[in-house]
Design a protein around this ligand. Structure first.
Ligand code: ASP
Length: 310
């Protein structure tokens, strides 16, 4: 059986000076998962390893480097699915977990589907999942973005920066706001798996949950395809974008056509933007987005090294 993995580092607008690092992190994550697949490991292990690599990379809005909510706190969401067993694990609104995807994996292996907040953290403690101070996850870049959002609510003249020759604080652009991460893989046994992890939307309302921990919305896997999404979560929830993409594969479309068809639905029915990655049971990968960019990388049996783009 062929093996394949594709990862993403989030939809948005990626500035030229960040485009290399966004792709390098994706390539590293794809290789981390691919090593497991080549050694005969499971798709579930591969997507977990790939997403952990992206969560640990402060470039991305997941795990270390996650965005802050309006109160200046971190609230993390993650979800994963085993396409063969149709097992689902997701967590939402957690603050002190270094690798949320590994906690989602423990939920997947339990009788639960989705755990939130304090209960999820209690479960993490019981399962021996690594915890940390939430401050350890906050990067200087995300703190600055949060601070800039505070400034935006002030009249313009309050946004003058000290020592910046009188310049105004730039409005945070989509560039700084991308960075949700995800991975989908096919293993040697023919099993598919999907995983997605995020800090959510920059400056979100406390308690807000998007598509990432909701099965069929921000992730999905069955016997025909595995999908991970990124973008304006509320629209991915309304339109069940991940499940729609799987349905396009089941209906006979190729991996690439299915990704494009699902994003075409998003474009037609919603104002929010985003993208998705997909792998089918043949090991063909697909990706599509209607935002300015979405960083991604993939590798399969016919390749010596990962291909990346945005
Ligand atoms: N989909 C994520 C959310 O709504 C954000 C993103 O992908 O950028 O929480």
């Amino acid at each position: 059986m062929p093996v394949a993995i594709i990862v993403h580092g989030g939809a948005g607008t990626i500035a030229p000076e960040r485009s290399d690092s966004a792709q390098v992190g994706c390539k590293e994550a794809a290789l981390a998962g691919y090593a497991i697949l080549q050694a005969g490991g499971s798709a579930l292990d591969a997507v977990e390893a790939a997403v952990r690599s992206l969560e640990d990379n402060p470039e991305y809005n997941a795990g270390t480097g996650a965005c802050l909510d309006k109160n200046g706190n971190i609230e993390l969401d993650a979800g994963m699915m085993d396409g063969r067993a149709l097992q689902v694990g997701a967590i939402a609104g957690i603050e002190r977990i270094k690798n949320p995807i590994s906690l989602a994996r423990k939920v997947l292996e339990s009788e639960h589907v989705l755990l939130i907040g304090k209960g999820a953290e209690q479960f993490a403690w019981e399962q021996g999942i690594e915890q940390c101070a939430s401050e350890e996850l906050v990067t200087e870049r995300q703190y600055q973005l949060w601070q800039a959002a505070r400034d935006e609510e002030e009249p313009r003249y309050y946004r003058r920066q000290v020592g910046s020759a009188g310049g105004l604080t730039p409005k945070a652009t989509g560039d700084e706001k991308h960075g949700t991460v995800g991975a989908v893989a096919l293993d040697m046994s023919g099993a598919l798996a999907a995983a997605t992890s995020t800090g959510g939307i920059h400056d979100k309302y406390p308690g807000r949950v998007g598509d990432v921990p909701l099965v069929g919305c921000g992730f999905y896997a069955d016997e025909t395809a595995a999908i991970s999404c990124t973008g304006h979560g509320e629209d991915f929830v309304r339109l069940l974008i991940a499940k729609r993409a799987a349905d396009f594969v089941a209906g006979g479309q190729s991996a690439l056509e299915s990704a494009r068809s699902a994003i075409a639905v998003l474009s037609a029915r919603a104002t929010g933007t985003g993208g998705l990655i997909l792998v089918d049971r043949k090991g063909e990968v697909g990706f599509a987005w209607n935002s300015s960019n979405m960083s991604y990388a993939y590798i399969h049996d016919d390749m010596n090294e990962p291909a990346a783009g945005l």
